[in-house]
Design a protein around this ligand. Sequence first.
Ligand code: HEM
Length: 136
Amino acid sequence: MTVEVATKAPAAPTPFELFGGAVAVRKLVDRFYDLMEGDPDYAALRALHAADLDPMRDSLTGFLIAWLGGPRDWFDARPGGPCVMSMHRKVAIDSTVADQWLFAMSRALDSCAIDAPLRSAIITAFTRMAGGMVNR
Ligand code: HEM
């Protein structure tokens, strides 16, 4: 007699898990805004933001957690399915500030313990998104 055992392949880890979870995402975001606040190279980008960056630290962390495939609290707290691209229409974004965003984020990613393929996939996606946000 043969016994059939239902086997299920373990689910592949999400980018969120590969990234190191919520603590690692928060670390990335804090590094990103610390660079933006402290390095004059990002002065034009900093000037677009409100004086208090704490709400943005929370919001970008929540967005990236969901975007990487983690818990979707950021979207759940914003009914109507907000589009992060559309949320930037009111911001005057030229290629200079888009580049500043990407340089700061790239430097912030350097402090993350992630492998090269994940880093490269994230940077490719951010480059596409930032390019699509340029409206000046
Ligand atoms: C292209 C360069 C970018 C510029 C110049 C820019 C600028 C801004 C500004 C000025 C704000 C509002 C900050 C405030 O009110 O203090 C903001 C919010 C935000 N940005 Fe960007 N951003 C850029 C790219 C991105 C990208 C690529 C992402 C996603 C990967 C992103 C995600 C967010 C999120 C989640 C918020 C918070 C929205 C909210 O809670 O209202 N941004 N951004």
